[in-house]
Design a protein around this ligand. Structure first.
Ligand SMILES: C[S@@+](CC[C@H](N)C(=O)[O-])C[C@H]1O[C@@H](n2cnc3c(N)ncnc32)[C@H](O)[C@@H]1O
Length: 500
């Protein structure tokens, strides 16, 4: 493969994180709800186009040694990093190929899941067409594709700041100068607009806040990609249909229609499914979508199948909060997007059970032996308040005598930055938890961990949050605090499964 000289993703490496919505266990359950019979994740064949450093694929490969996993990327550095991680963990079922997605042909075989995260909007039109060709040709008959893309109308607003920064940096070649100058101009614009009122002032302030939080590498790619394109939902659907693909649903998390005013809900009820999606995007200013797609000849159900819903394992997501009142009636399930109210006491009781069991999941049929609250569950899945999977996550809410984290988590904790938890969510650990996570190979008990914490604090080798150290006082308490942190973040596995 010949990566072009000065390839942007080799000049400035992009450190991506796993997208929980692209986890094939979630893809399996969502596609099944819509009538498909996708391959079970433990034996699935998975391909990722533009896999970067393997953030989505490595956790799968380690968890499912009988799955067959292939990732390709044009960035030499990203593939080298992905391979190095696979080698360090002796993962044998993943093949990271330094290849352009333009090279993926029939010879690569059929895949049960094809992922394409944050690539579609960022490549030239011919490569976008290529992605759709791969999906229509290399997906198995019941295969599921995941394609995330930037969406309109929301991206019209983002483009204002992006175009301003691109104009300002158009003649710069050196990347840090480009990044610094882009940030400086946006900061100047935000300062000018700070005390003003009106749409433009609000937009610039929002963009300034948003872009202040993204790493330099991400900003660099935002500035330099000449082909960036965001899509109206209906245009994306046209592209899919042109490639004999169909849209299954959005992998979310998103907005529940029940949060819209009654008049908007009436409008939506009158619209056919696909048009309805477009209206939601217009009404709620959609900026990003995660499309699940399949071959055009698959027979999809128009509505989710309650029989499949009953077979799900469900659990509360990290961002969801259960607000308990008195008794189990009127319990509220809150997310940062909105809230759902469980007026049925059976549903309220189930939410309390799930809250107490966090981060573990429970079987839907056990939680609801009688009638299934179909609409509530579908809304909660849609807005990302609950997770629902047919193939449960491997995790525990117990802190074992010999607490254990996956080898990937231990390695990532050693490297610093994010670790990927057992639900494919990126988690940023405190310095203390990072220190402890590296040691959770199932050979140390709480006392041994505490001794190591004590030694490293004494030697000045660990910068424990001072407030935490004062609050908890001794290494034993710090250990417990850290282990609870890891349990709550779905990072602990049963010590018996550590060799799996
Ligand atoms: C924004 S990054 C996303 C990386 C990863 N999917 C993630 O979300 O973390 C885009 C990726 O697409 C890759 N890419 C762009 N054009 C490509 C091509 N023609 N073939 C393979 N990979 C490509 C880039 O090298 C880069 O790693």
């Amino acid at each position: 493969v010949c990566t072009p000289a000065g390839y942007a993703y080799d000049i400035v490496p992009y450190v991506g994180a796993a997208d929980p919505a692209a986890d094939i266990r979630r893809l399996e359950s969502t596609a099944s709800l819509f009538g498909m019979t996708p391959a079970p994740p433990p034996v699935a064949r998975v391909l990722e186009l533009g896999c970067g450093t393997g953030a989505n694929l490595l956790p799968l490969a380690i968890e499912y040694p009988h799955a067959l996993i292939v990732g390709c990327d044009l960035a030499r550095g990203a593939i080298a990093s992905a391979r190095a991680t696979a080698d360090a963990l002796a993962i044998g079922n993943v093949d990271f190929r330094h290849a352009s997605l333009a090279d993926v042909d029939e010879g690569w075989g059929e895949f049960d899941y094809i992922l394409c995260q944050d690539v579609f909007s960022w490549v030239a039109p011919e490569l976008r067409r290529r992605i759709l060709v791969i999906l229509s040709r290399n997906l198995a008959p019941q295969g599921v594709g995941f394609v995330s893309h930037d969406a309109l109308p929301g991206w019209h607003l983002h483009e204002v700041a992006r175009e301003m920064m691109r104009y300002h940096t158009r003649d710069l070649a050196e990347q840090q100068a480009m990044i610094d100058q882009a940030r400086a101009l946006l900061s100047l614009a935000a300062e000018i607009q700070d005390q003003r009122s009106g749409t433009y002032a609000a937009l610039i302030r929002d963009e300034y806040c948003l872009l202040s939080t993204i790493p330099d590498a991400e900003l660099y790619h935002l500035l330099t990609e000449p082909h960036h394109r965001s899509f109206y939902f209906h245009d994306f659907i046209d592209e899919l249909q042109g490639a004999t693909l169909q849209w299954i649903t959005d992998a979310g998390p998103g907005m529940c229609e029940s949060w819209l005013p009654e008049s908007a809900q009436t409008l939506l009820r009158q619209a056919p499914t696909l048009e309805r999606q477009q209206y939601v995007d217009h009404l709620a200013n959609c900026t990003f979508r995660r499309a699940l797609v399949c071959r055009g000849d698959v027979q999809l159900r128009p509505r989710a199948d309650p029989q499949v819903l009953r077979r799900l394992w469900i659990g509360l997501t990290a961002g969801a909060r259960v607000e308990r009142g008195i008794g189990c009636e009127g319990i509220r399930l809150l997310t940062d997007r909105g809230e759902l109210v469980a007026s049925d006491p059976v549903v309220g009781k189930a939410l309390c059970t799930l809250d107490d069991a966090r981060p573990e999941l429970a079987s839907c049929s056990r939680l609801f032996p009688a009638e299934l609250p179909v609409d509530f569950l579908l809304d909660a899945l849609r807005c990302g308040a609950i997770d629902g999977v047919l193939t449960p996550f491997t995790l525990t809410n117990r802190i074992d005598v010999l607490p254990t984290a996956s080898p990937l988590v231990r390695l990532q904790a050693r490297q610093g930055g994010f670790v990927t938890n057992q639900k494919s969510e990126p988690v940023r650990l405190s310095a203390l938890s990072q220190f402890v996570a590296q040691r959770l190979d199932g050979t140390r008990d709480r006392r041994e961990l505490a001794e190591e914490i004590e030694r490293v604090i004494e030697s000045g080798g660990l910068d424990v949050d001072i407030a935490l150290a004062m609050l908890t006082g001794n290494p034993g308490e710090l250990t417990d605090e850290s282990l609870r942190d890891m349990r709550d973040n779905a990072l602990l596995i049963d010590s018996n499964t550590r060799e799996a």
